[in-house]
Design a protein around this ligand. Structure first.
Ligand SMILES: Nc1ncnc2c1ncn2[C@@H]1O[C@H](COP(=O)(O)OP(=O)(O)O)[C@@H](O)[C@H]1O
Ligand SMILES: [Mg+2]
Length: 397
Protein backbone atom coordinates (compact mmCIF):
# COMPACT_ATOMS: atom_id res chain seq x y z
CA UNK A 1 0.00 0.00 0.00
CA UNK A 2 0.99 3.62 -0.29
CA UNK A 3 0.98 5.19 3.15
CA UNK A 4 1.47 8.73 4.45
CA UNK A 5 2.38 9.46 8.06
CA UNK A 6 1.16 12.94 8.93
CA UNK A 7 3.62 14.33 11.42
CA UNK A 8 5.57 17.45 12.18
CA UNK A 9 8.30 15.42 13.84
CA UNK A 10 9.93 13.16 11.22
CA UNK A 11 12.76 12.34 13.61
CA UNK A 12 10.60 11.50 16.63
CA UNK A 13 10.76 7.90 17.87
CA UNK A 14 7.13 7.08 17.00
CA UNK A 15 7.35 8.46 13.47
CA UNK A 16 10.63 6.64 12.81
CA UNK A 17 9.29 3.35 14.12
CA UNK A 18 6.08 3.54 12.06
CA UNK A 19 8.08 4.41 8.98
CA UNK A 20 10.56 1.57 9.52
CA UNK A 21 7.76 -0.94 10.18
CA UNK A 22 6.05 0.06 6.93
CA UNK A 23 9.27 -0.15 4.89
CA UNK A 24 10.07 -3.53 6.43
CA UNK A 25 6.71 -4.84 5.23
CA UNK A 26 7.32 -3.65 1.71
CA UNK A 27 4.97 -0.64 1.77
CA UNK A 28 5.61 2.67 0.08
CA UNK A 29 5.68 5.21 2.93
CA UNK A 30 6.21 8.97 3.20
CA UNK A 31 6.29 11.25 6.23
CA UNK A 32 4.39 14.43 5.36
CA UNK A 33 4.38 17.61 7.43
CA UNK A 34 0.76 18.19 8.46
CA UNK A 35 1.15 21.96 8.27
CA UNK A 36 2.31 21.92 4.62
CA UNK A 37 -1.04 20.78 3.21
CA UNK A 38 -3.46 23.08 1.48
CA UNK A 39 -7.08 22.02 1.45
CA UNK A 40 -8.48 22.56 -2.02
CA UNK A 41 -12.23 23.06 -2.22
CA UNK A 42 -12.26 24.72 -5.62
CA UNK A 43 -12.97 21.74 -7.88
CA UNK A 44 -15.76 19.16 -8.12
CA UNK A 45 -13.74 16.57 -6.24
CA UNK A 46 -12.21 17.11 -2.79
CA UNK A 47 -8.47 17.57 -3.19
CA UNK A 48 -5.24 18.33 -1.34
CA UNK A 49 -2.05 20.11 -2.24
CA UNK A 50 1.23 19.36 -0.49
CA UNK A 51 4.03 21.90 -0.58
CA UNK A 52 2.23 23.69 -3.39
CA UNK A 53 1.79 20.65 -5.61
CA UNK A 54 -1.05 18.25 -6.24
CA UNK A 55 -0.83 15.35 -3.81
CA UNK A 56 -0.39 11.90 -5.37
CA UNK A 57 -2.77 9.03 -4.53
CA UNK A 58 -2.48 7.39 -1.14
CA UNK A 59 -4.24 4.29 0.20
CA UNK A 60 -4.00 5.24 3.86
CA UNK A 61 -2.74 7.82 6.32
CA UNK A 62 -1.58 7.65 9.92
CA UNK A 63 -2.42 11.00 11.51
CA UNK A 64 -0.09 12.02 14.34
CA UNK A 65 -1.73 15.31 15.20
CA UNK A 66 -0.22 17.22 18.11
CA UNK A 67 -2.43 19.15 20.51
CA UNK A 68 -1.16 22.51 19.29
CA UNK A 69 -2.46 21.99 15.74
CA UNK A 70 -5.72 20.15 16.39
CA UNK A 71 -7.89 22.43 14.28
CA UNK A 72 -5.76 22.49 11.13
CA UNK A 73 -4.64 18.90 11.57
CA UNK A 74 -8.17 17.51 11.83
CA UNK A 75 -9.23 19.59 8.83
CA UNK A 76 -6.50 17.86 6.79
CA UNK A 77 -7.54 14.43 8.09
CA UNK A 78 -11.19 15.20 7.23
CA UNK A 79 -10.13 16.12 3.71
CA UNK A 80 -8.39 12.73 3.33
CA UNK A 81 -11.61 11.09 4.56
CA UNK A 82 -13.56 12.98 1.89
CA UNK A 83 -11.11 11.65 -0.67
CA UNK A 84 -11.81 8.07 0.52
CA UNK A 85 -8.29 7.59 1.85
CA UNK A 86 -8.33 5.21 4.80
CA UNK A 87 -7.47 6.61 8.23
CA UNK A 88 -7.57 4.54 11.43
CA UNK A 89 -8.49 7.67 13.40
CA UNK A 90 -11.15 9.97 12.02
CA UNK A 91 -11.07 13.75 12.32
CA UNK A 92 -14.11 13.59 14.61
CA UNK A 93 -12.49 10.93 16.76
CA UNK A 94 -9.33 12.98 17.14
CA UNK A 95 -11.11 16.19 18.12
CA UNK A 96 -13.50 14.41 20.48
CA UNK A 97 -10.65 12.66 22.25
CA UNK A 98 -8.63 15.82 22.59
CA UNK A 99 -11.22 17.58 24.70
CA UNK A 100 -11.36 15.82 28.07
CA UNK A 101 -14.90 17.00 28.78
CA UNK A 102 -16.27 16.00 25.40
CA UNK A 103 -14.59 12.60 25.66
CA UNK A 104 -16.08 12.05 29.12
CA UNK A 105 -19.54 13.04 27.90
CA UNK A 106 -19.37 10.62 24.99
CA UNK A 107 -18.04 7.69 27.04
CA UNK A 108 -20.49 8.22 29.91
CA UNK A 109 -23.38 7.12 27.70
CA UNK A 110 -21.88 3.66 27.27
CA UNK A 111 -21.38 2.16 30.72
CA UNK A 112 -17.63 2.77 30.77
CA UNK A 113 -16.27 3.19 34.30
CA UNK A 114 -14.88 6.70 34.76
CA UNK A 115 -13.92 8.87 37.72
CA UNK A 116 -16.88 11.06 38.78
CA UNK A 117 -16.50 14.32 36.87
CA UNK A 118 -18.24 17.71 36.91
CA UNK A 119 -18.03 20.82 34.78
CA UNK A 120 -19.29 24.20 35.95
CA UNK A 121 -18.93 27.82 35.06
CA UNK A 122 -20.48 29.87 37.80
CA UNK A 123 -18.54 30.46 40.99
CA UNK A 124 -21.54 29.50 43.09
CA UNK A 125 -21.63 26.06 41.46
CA UNK A 126 -18.01 25.12 42.23
CA UNK A 127 -18.48 24.00 45.84
CA UNK A 128 -21.57 21.83 45.14
CA UNK A 129 -19.72 20.29 42.18
CA UNK A 130 -16.75 19.36 44.37
CA UNK A 131 -19.12 17.77 46.89
CA UNK A 132 -20.92 15.98 44.05
CA UNK A 133 -17.73 14.18 42.95
CA UNK A 134 -16.81 13.21 46.50
CA UNK A 135 -15.22 16.24 48.17
CA UNK A 136 -11.56 17.13 48.75
CA UNK A 137 -8.90 16.15 47.91
CA UNK A 138 -10.10 16.70 44.38
CA UNK A 139 -8.48 16.71 40.93
CA UNK A 140 -8.73 19.78 38.70
CA UNK A 141 -7.94 19.46 34.99
CA UNK A 142 -7.59 21.81 32.09
CA UNK A 143 -9.78 20.54 29.24
CA UNK A 144 -6.91 20.24 26.78
CA UNK A 145 -3.84 19.42 28.87
CA UNK A 146 -1.35 16.69 27.92
CA UNK A 147 1.67 15.03 29.55
CA UNK A 148 0.29 15.78 33.00
CA UNK A 149 0.56 19.54 32.60
CA UNK A 150 -2.70 21.10 33.68
CA UNK A 151 -3.66 18.34 36.12
CA UNK A 152 -3.71 19.53 39.73
CA UNK A 153 -4.52 17.82 43.04
CA UNK A 154 -6.21 20.24 45.43
CA UNK A 155 -6.05 19.08 49.05
CA UNK A 156 -8.93 21.20 50.35
CA UNK A 157 -12.15 22.64 49.04
CA UNK A 158 -10.97 26.19 49.66
CA UNK A 159 -7.76 25.68 47.66
CA UNK A 160 -9.75 23.98 44.90
CA UNK A 161 -12.11 26.95 44.71
CA UNK A 162 -9.20 29.38 44.53
CA UNK A 163 -7.44 27.38 41.79
CA UNK A 164 -10.60 27.06 39.72
CA UNK A 165 -11.37 30.73 40.10
CA UNK A 166 -7.85 31.71 39.03
CA UNK A 167 -7.93 29.45 35.98
CA UNK A 168 -11.37 30.62 34.96
CA UNK A 169 -10.35 34.25 35.31
CA UNK A 170 -7.74 33.58 32.59
CA UNK A 171 -10.49 32.08 30.41
CA UNK A 172 -9.41 28.47 30.95
CA UNK A 173 -12.09 25.82 31.28
CA UNK A 174 -11.53 23.19 33.94
CA UNK A 175 -12.98 19.84 34.95
CA UNK A 176 -13.54 18.84 38.55
CA UNK A 177 -12.85 15.14 39.11
CA UNK A 178 -12.90 12.69 41.99
CA UNK A 179 -9.39 11.89 43.19
CA UNK A 180 -9.12 8.13 42.83
CA UNK A 181 -6.88 7.73 45.87
CA UNK A 182 -6.64 3.93 45.68
CA UNK A 183 -4.78 4.39 42.37
CA UNK A 184 -2.64 7.26 43.60
CA UNK A 185 0.52 7.65 41.50
CA UNK A 186 -0.33 4.63 39.38
CA UNK A 187 -2.23 4.03 36.17
CA UNK A 188 -2.50 1.73 33.17
CA UNK A 189 -1.80 2.68 29.55
CA UNK A 190 -3.32 0.26 27.05
CA UNK A 191 -2.37 0.54 23.40
CA UNK A 192 -5.44 -0.39 21.35
CA UNK A 193 -5.16 -1.31 17.68
CA UNK A 194 -8.41 -2.28 15.97
CA UNK A 195 -10.37 -4.46 18.37
CA UNK A 196 -7.56 -5.59 20.66
CA UNK A 197 -4.98 -4.37 23.14
CA UNK A 198 -1.58 -4.98 21.53
CA UNK A 199 0.50 -3.81 24.50
CA UNK A 200 -0.08 -2.51 28.02
CA UNK A 201 2.01 -1.02 30.76
CA UNK A 202 1.62 0.25 34.30
CA UNK A 203 3.05 3.68 34.99
CA UNK A 204 4.21 4.74 38.42
CA UNK A 205 4.79 8.31 39.46
CA UNK A 206 8.09 9.44 40.87
CA UNK A 207 8.34 10.21 44.60
CA UNK A 208 5.26 11.85 46.05
CA UNK A 209 4.04 13.04 42.63
CA UNK A 210 0.48 11.80 41.94
CA UNK A 211 0.71 12.06 38.14
CA UNK A 212 2.24 8.99 36.57
CA UNK A 213 3.01 10.50 33.13
CA UNK A 214 6.38 9.50 31.70
CA UNK A 215 6.98 13.19 31.00
CA UNK A 216 6.58 13.82 34.73
CA UNK A 217 9.31 11.30 35.53
CA UNK A 218 7.08 8.25 35.86
CA UNK A 219 8.49 4.75 35.38
CA UNK A 220 6.89 1.99 33.35
CA UNK A 221 6.57 -1.80 33.47
CA UNK A 222 4.81 -4.31 31.25
CA UNK A 223 1.48 -5.70 32.52
CA UNK A 224 -0.89 -8.43 31.39
CA UNK A 225 -4.36 -6.90 31.41
CA UNK A 226 -7.35 -8.76 32.80
CA UNK A 227 -10.22 -9.13 30.30
CA UNK A 228 -12.09 -6.43 32.23
CA UNK A 229 -9.34 -3.87 31.64
CA UNK A 230 -8.76 -4.94 28.05
CA UNK A 231 -12.46 -4.65 27.26
CA UNK A 232 -12.78 -1.22 28.87
CA UNK A 233 -9.84 -0.02 26.76
CA UNK A 234 -11.07 -1.46 23.46
CA UNK A 235 -14.64 -0.28 23.94
CA UNK A 236 -13.50 3.24 24.89
CA UNK A 237 -11.36 3.51 21.77
CA UNK A 238 -14.14 2.19 19.55
CA UNK A 239 -16.79 4.49 21.02
CA UNK A 240 -14.45 7.43 20.37
CA UNK A 241 -14.01 6.36 16.75
CA UNK A 242 -10.30 5.61 17.18
CA UNK A 243 -8.71 2.41 15.82
CA UNK A 244 -5.29 3.35 17.15
CA UNK A 245 -5.40 4.78 20.67
CA UNK A 246 -3.65 4.95 24.01
CA UNK A 247 -6.26 4.46 26.71
CA UNK A 248 -5.37 5.64 30.23
CA UNK A 249 -7.12 3.92 33.11
CA UNK A 250 -6.92 4.30 36.87
CA UNK A 251 -7.11 1.13 38.94
CA UNK A 252 -10.26 1.74 40.97
CA UNK A 253 -11.53 -0.47 43.78
CA UNK A 254 -14.36 -1.62 41.50
CA UNK A 255 -12.33 -1.99 38.31
CA UNK A 256 -10.97 0.20 35.55
CA UNK A 257 -11.75 3.93 35.47
CA UNK A 258 -11.03 5.43 32.06
CA UNK A 259 -9.43 8.88 32.26
CA UNK A 260 -8.63 9.62 28.67
CA UNK A 261 -8.19 8.21 25.21
CA UNK A 262 -5.16 9.51 23.31
CA UNK A 263 -5.36 9.61 19.53
CA UNK A 264 -1.60 9.95 18.87
CA UNK A 265 -0.13 7.71 21.58
CA UNK A 266 3.65 7.77 21.96
CA UNK A 267 5.28 4.44 21.11
CA UNK A 268 8.65 4.74 22.82
CA UNK A 269 7.57 4.16 26.44
CA UNK A 270 5.30 1.24 25.61
CA UNK A 271 7.66 -0.49 23.17
CA UNK A 272 10.55 -0.22 25.61
CA UNK A 273 8.47 -1.41 28.55
CA UNK A 274 6.94 -4.36 26.69
CA UNK A 275 9.56 -5.16 24.03
CA UNK A 276 6.64 -5.55 21.62
CA UNK A 277 6.45 -4.37 18.02
CA UNK A 278 3.55 -1.94 18.44
CA UNK A 279 4.44 0.00 15.27
CA UNK A 280 4.32 -3.23 13.27
CA UNK A 281 0.90 -4.08 14.70
CA UNK A 282 -0.41 -0.66 13.64
CA UNK A 283 0.92 -1.05 10.07
CA UNK A 284 -0.47 -4.59 9.74
CA UNK A 285 -3.87 -3.46 10.95
CA UNK A 286 -4.01 -0.57 8.49
CA UNK A 287 -2.92 -2.77 5.59
CA UNK A 288 -5.76 -5.15 6.46
CA UNK A 289 -8.33 -2.35 6.60
CA UNK A 290 -7.39 -0.55 3.39
CA UNK A 291 -9.34 -3.11 1.37
CA UNK A 292 -12.43 -2.59 3.54
CA UNK A 293 -12.94 1.09 4.18
CA UNK A 294 -15.29 1.99 6.97
CA UNK A 295 -18.72 3.15 5.86
CA UNK A 296 -21.42 4.97 7.72
CA UNK A 297 -23.87 2.08 7.80
CA UNK A 298 -26.81 4.04 9.09
CA UNK A 299 -26.46 6.67 6.40
CA UNK A 300 -25.91 4.21 3.57
CA UNK A 301 -28.72 1.87 4.60
CA UNK A 302 -31.38 4.54 5.03
CA UNK A 303 -31.47 5.29 1.32
CA UNK A 304 -34.09 2.68 0.44
CA UNK A 305 -37.33 4.35 1.44
CA UNK A 306 -38.77 3.18 4.67
CA UNK A 307 -35.81 0.96 5.53
CA UNK A 308 -33.07 1.60 8.05
CA UNK A 309 -31.04 0.22 10.96
CA UNK A 310 -32.22 0.08 14.56
CA UNK A 311 -31.24 -1.61 17.79
CA UNK A 312 -33.96 -3.76 19.35
CA UNK A 313 -33.88 -4.72 23.01
CA UNK A 314 -34.99 -8.26 23.78
CA UNK A 315 -36.27 -7.64 27.30
CA UNK A 316 -38.67 -4.94 26.18
CA UNK A 317 -40.08 -7.57 23.83
CA UNK A 318 -40.87 -10.18 26.45
CA UNK A 319 -42.35 -12.48 23.81
CA UNK A 320 -38.86 -12.93 22.31
CA UNK A 321 -37.12 -14.21 25.46
CA UNK A 322 -36.44 -17.94 25.31
CA UNK A 323 -37.23 -18.19 21.60
CA UNK A 324 -34.73 -18.83 18.84
CA UNK A 325 -34.14 -16.18 16.22
CA UNK A 326 -35.92 -18.46 13.73
CA UNK A 327 -39.02 -18.55 15.95
CA UNK A 328 -38.90 -14.83 16.71
CA UNK A 329 -40.96 -13.83 13.70
CA UNK A 330 -38.44 -11.14 12.74
CA UNK A 331 -37.75 -12.58 9.28
CA UNK A 332 -41.47 -12.75 8.53
CA UNK A 333 -41.60 -9.04 9.31
CA UNK A 334 -38.75 -8.37 6.87
CA UNK A 335 -36.23 -7.62 9.66
CA UNK A 336 -32.68 -8.96 9.28
CA UNK A 337 -30.52 -9.31 12.39
CA UNK A 338 -26.96 -8.12 11.66
CA UNK A 339 -25.40 -8.62 15.09
CA UNK A 340 -26.46 -9.81 18.52
CA UNK A 341 -24.90 -8.03 21.51
CA UNK A 342 -24.92 -9.84 24.85
CA UNK A 343 -23.13 -7.95 27.61
CA UNK A 344 -19.74 -7.20 26.09
CA UNK A 345 -19.87 -10.14 23.65
CA UNK A 346 -20.91 -9.72 20.03
CA UNK A 347 -22.27 -12.46 17.77
CA UNK A 348 -22.08 -11.42 14.10
CA UNK A 349 -24.65 -12.85 11.64
CA UNK A 350 -26.49 -14.85 14.33
CA UNK A 351 -28.04 -18.11 13.04
CA UNK A 352 -31.71 -19.03 13.16
CA UNK A 353 -31.04 -21.50 15.98
CA UNK A 354 -29.60 -18.75 18.23
CA UNK A 355 -31.52 -18.61 21.52
CA UNK A 356 -32.52 -15.13 22.71
CA UNK A 357 -31.95 -14.03 26.30
CA UNK A 358 -33.32 -11.11 28.26
CA UNK A 359 -30.96 -8.13 27.89
CA UNK A 360 -29.80 -9.10 24.38
CA UNK A 361 -29.56 -6.23 21.91
CA UNK A 362 -30.18 -6.93 18.25
CA UNK A 363 -28.78 -4.63 15.61
CA UNK A 364 -31.29 -4.97 12.79
CA UNK A 365 -31.92 -3.81 9.25
CA UNK A 366 -35.51 -3.64 8.13
CA UNK A 367 -38.69 -1.69 7.61
CA UNK A 368 -38.65 1.21 10.06
CA UNK A 369 -42.42 0.94 10.51
CA UNK A 370 -42.10 -2.70 11.63
CA UNK A 371 -39.28 -1.92 14.04
CA UNK A 372 -40.75 1.23 15.58
CA UNK A 373 -42.92 -0.63 18.08
CA UNK A 374 -39.96 -2.73 19.20
CA UNK A 375 -37.55 0.07 19.98
CA UNK A 376 -37.15 0.73 23.71
CA UNK A 377 -38.68 3.93 25.04
CA UNK A 378 -36.35 6.86 25.37
CA UNK A 379 -34.54 6.73 28.66
CA UNK A 380 -35.93 9.21 31.13
CA UNK A 381 -33.44 10.75 33.47
CA UNK A 382 -33.73 9.86 37.09
CA UNK A 383 -34.74 13.04 38.87
CA UNK A 384 -31.94 14.21 41.11
CA UNK A 385 -33.59 16.90 43.15
CA UNK A 386 -31.21 19.58 44.29
CA UNK A 387 -32.40 22.93 45.55
CA UNK A 388 -30.74 25.78 43.75
CA UNK A 389 -30.59 29.29 45.17
CA UNK A 390 -32.96 31.67 43.43
CA UNK A 391 -30.98 33.77 41.01
CA UNK A 392 -31.86 36.36 38.42
CA UNK A 393 -31.61 34.94 34.90
CA UNK A 394 -28.62 36.58 33.23
CA UNK A 395 -28.82 37.72 29.65
CA UNK A 396 -27.00 35.57 27.13
CA UNK A 397 -23.34 36.19 26.44
N1 LIG B 1 -8.99 11.50 39.01
C1 LIG B 1 -7.72 11.13 39.23
N2 LIG B 1 -7.38 10.44 40.35
C2 LIG B 1 -6.09 10.06 40.56
N3 LIG B 1 -5.07 10.32 39.71
C3 LIG B 1 -5.35 11.01 38.57
C4 LIG B 1 -6.68 11.44 38.28
N4 LIG B 1 -6.67 12.07 37.09
C5 LIG B 1 -5.40 12.07 36.66
N5 LIG B 1 -4.58 11.42 37.54
C6 LIG B 1 -3.13 11.22 37.37
O1 LIG B 1 -2.63 12.30 36.57
C7 LIG B 1 -2.10 11.82 35.33
C8 LIG B 1 -2.44 12.79 34.18
O2 LIG B 1 -3.84 12.88 34.00
P1 LIG B 1 -4.54 12.82 32.56
O3 LIG B 1 -5.99 13.07 32.74
O4 LIG B 1 -4.16 11.57 31.86
O5 LIG B 1 -3.91 14.10 31.83
P2 LIG B 1 -2.83 14.22 30.66
O6 LIG B 1 -3.62 14.36 29.42
O7 LIG B 1 -2.09 15.49 30.98
O8 LIG B 1 -1.99 12.98 30.66
C9 LIG B 1 -2.70 10.45 35.14
O9 LIG B 1 -1.87 9.63 34.36
C10 LIG B 1 -2.84 9.95 36.59
O10 LIG B 1 -1.62 9.40 37.06
MG1 LIG C 1 -2.78 11.02 30.32
Amino acid sequence: MKLAILSRAPRAYSTQRLRAAAVQRGHDVKVLNTLRFAIDLSGDEPDLQYRGRQLSDYDAIIPRIGASITYFGTAVVRQFEQMDVYTPNTANGISNARDKLRATQILSRHNIGMPATAFVRNRADVRPAIEQVGGAPVVIKLLEGTQGIGVILAPEVKTAEAIIETLQSTKQNVLIQRFVSESRGRDIRALVVGDRVVAAMRRRARGDEFRSNVHRGGTVERVELSPEYAQAAVRSAQIMGLRVAGVDMLEGDDGPLVMEVNSSPGLQGIEEATQLDVAGAIIDYIAGQVAFPEIDVRQRLSVSTGYGVAELLVHTNAELVGKTLGESGLWERDITVLTLHRGTAVIPNPRKGQLLESGDRLLCFGKLEEMRSMIPERRRRRAKVRKLPAEPIPSEE
